[in-house]
Design a protein around this ligand. Structure first.
Ligand code: FAD
Ligand code: DLZ
Ligand code: SF4
Length: 509
């Protein structure tokens, strides 16, 4: 008897639930490079190289572990072009009696998996993805009797469930959250930790050449690609993070510095999301660093909260809200992103830095994504679906289940506040406080009106004025609205005129 076990490009774990559910003797593992997955958005070229190379390396690891693997390359002449097309070919070839697959990470692919039983007349077992710490049912139980789905309360449940940073049923250090200790700006520092560099091996080089020609119209640079593409190298980067960056992770979590792309961040999200690293294992290792006295609680708690809290919470929201979450548009924003989102060619230094490094590395850290790029997109009234597509295509770690709630929900307030009690917006003052970008900018961060005024300032107030009908009652915005109301009608008019002039010339900014 043959069992077909399709392993998708973000399921690159040797202890995947589908593999655990079958015996090696009967299984044929099917891995498929298919054009539908490489083009459903215009993925950044480095994202394509990363996924395809990690898939090819994972196939080797599976074979070494004793699995029979049928690997379909993108350039195979008879490639079926889609997961379903390749399953059809594999059924002809291997004549399996059933299919066992780990659940997909997004609605689009989940619908494909669910269609196979009827389409092919074979039993299909869809296994829960055990790499996540919170199951769908657990999340729904937590969410079902709540009016507000506050992440902080979900996170506390996860701490209790896993026992991470818990002492006698209480949070370690007497507090659940050390966020207020974690907002320090950073200074240039020669001894800043650096992520490890993994020069491309022959497999990766071949893919780079293929991507360069076949996906020439996709955004992003390929030069300098040096991400890990194996579990062993991802593990080296994890060890590097724990040894050198974790102790100060918390202090500088929100900081931004010109030319410093990674700061004290872990740069592990691409590896966790593709399956090369296990999220719970990383949390436990961070906790062990605290217990051994090598990393302080504010850093370790902050790091664990990102994974155990935010990452699991985003996944829960994604599946709970359903496939039409992507169409939510609370503010009815319709503006297109300016073309310079794909070149970084703007005079606003913060955006030039954040988008520029994104194009070069397919990575930006959380505050760059949220408070520079996302903040700007929201203030100009960009269409949240287009903003979502930009993030999905441009970041190495982007899969819809995690990217969509972060972008459309947290960053663009497209769902009207499911994930946050107020929109993440700010004037230039926040960016100036948390970065050194303003010093190198053609605009003046302290000015609101005039040729040289920082565009974020007028845009911020214009946004609040424009959306008063929807935000006026929000008690967390009471203070900025009071400040706005204290201004003279003439000042208010000048601010709104300034914003309009800026938006009229957005393409050239
Ligand atoms: P660190 O700063 O070292 O954080 C540790 C880990 O926590 C990360 O590796 C990641 O696994 C997890 N994490 C942190 N914040 C979040 C979060 N908000 N949601 C989920 N996991 C989190 N993250 C993705 O993995 N994929 C995405 O497509 C993605 N899109 C985003 C879009 C927007 C608009 C925003 C604001 C955030 C997005 N994030 C996304 C979250 C976050 O920016 C990245 O996880 C983080 O920058 C990855 O870098 P790192 O591994 O160095 O993270
Ligand atoms: C993102 C991606 C890309 C670019 N290419 C492939 C591929 O060729 N084959 C594959 O199995 N997976 C790929 N992926 C990841 C899938 O899109 C990912 O597995 C789904 O998003 C899961 O829901
Ligand atoms: Fe960005 Fe304004 Fe600062 Fe320039 S002055 S870097 S546009 S916040």
């Amino acid at each position: 008897m043959t069992v077909l076990v399709p392993v998708l490009g973000d399921q690159l774990s040797l202890d995947l639930s589908s593999l655990a559910a079958v015996s090696q003797r009967e299984a044929v593992v099917l891995m498929m490079e298919v054009s539908e997955e490489t083009t459903y958005v215009r993925h950044h070229k480095q994202k394509l190289v990363y996924i395809l190379s990690a898939m090819r390396h994972h196939a080797r690891a599976l074979i070494e572990a004793g699995w029979q693997v049928d690997y379909v390359r993108l350039d195979a002449p008879d490639n079926g072009g889609s997961f379903t097309g390749e399953i059809a070919r594999a059924i002809e070839h291997h004549n399996p009696e059933r299919i066992v697959v780990t659940e997909a990470g997004e609605w689009r692919v989940a619908a494909m998996l669910e269609s196979w039983e009827t389409l092919f007349g074979l039993p299909v077992t869809i296994c829960a993805d055990s790499r996540f710490i919170c199951s769908h049912r657990e999340f729904d139980t937590w969410a079902s009797d709540r009016r507000e789905l506050t992440m902080e309360f979900f996170y506390r449940e996860m701490r209790k469930k896993t026992g991470l940073l818990m002492q006698d049923g209480k949070p370690a250090g007497g507090r659940w959250n050390f966020d207020k200790d974690n907002r320090k700006p950073a200074k240039p520092d020669l001894w800043m930790p650096r992520p490890l560099s993994f020069p491309p091996d022959a497999i990766t080089q071949e893919i780079i050449a293929h991507v360069e020609t076949r996906f020439a119209d996709h955004p992003g640079a390929l030069e300098g690609f040096d991400y890990a593409v194996t579990a062993a190298d991802a593990e080296r980067q994890a060890a590097n993070f724990f040894a050198h960056a974790l102790p100060q992770f918390g202090d500088y979590e929100d900081a931004m510095l010109t030319g410093e792309r990674f700061l004290w961040h872990s740069i592990l999200s691409p590896y966790i999301n593709a399956g090369l690293l296990d999220p719970l294992d990383l949390c436990q290792r961070a906790e062990a660093e605290f217990e051994a006295g090598r990393a302080p609680l504010n850093s370790v708690e902050g790091y664990i909260r990102q994974i155990l809290g935010w990452r699991e919470y985003m996944r829960g929201i994604y599946w709970r809200e359903g496939p039409d979450y992507v169409d939510r548009n609370f503010f009815n924003h319709q503006r297109s992103l300016p073309d310079w989102f794909w070149t970084g060619d703007t005079q606003m230094n913060c955006l030039h830095q954040a988008i520029g490094q994104t194009l070069v590395t397919a990575h930006a850290h959380h505050i760059q994504r949220l408070m520079v790029i996302g903040n700007f997109a929201l203030l100009i009234g960009a269409d949240p679906k287009q903003v979502h597509q930009w993030y999905l295509e441009i970041y190495l770690d982007a899969y819809e289940w995690v990217e969509l709630p972060n972008t459309l929900g947290m960053s663009q307030f497209g769902d009207g506040g499911l994930l946050g009690s107020k929109p993440y917006i700010s004037s230039g003052a926040y960016i100036n406080r948390m970065s050194d970008y303003c010093r190198g900018c053609r605009y003046t961060v302290t000015e609101r009106i005039g040729e040289d005024a920082c565009p974020f300032n007028a845009l911020y107030w214009d946004f609040l004025a424009r959306h008063r009908d929807k935000l006026g009652d929000n008690h967390r915005l009471a203070m900025p609205y009071r400040t706005w109301d204290r201004q003279t009608a003439e000042d208010q008019k000048a601010t709104r005129r300034q914003a309009k002039t800026f938006l009229d010339g957005l393409a050239r900014r």
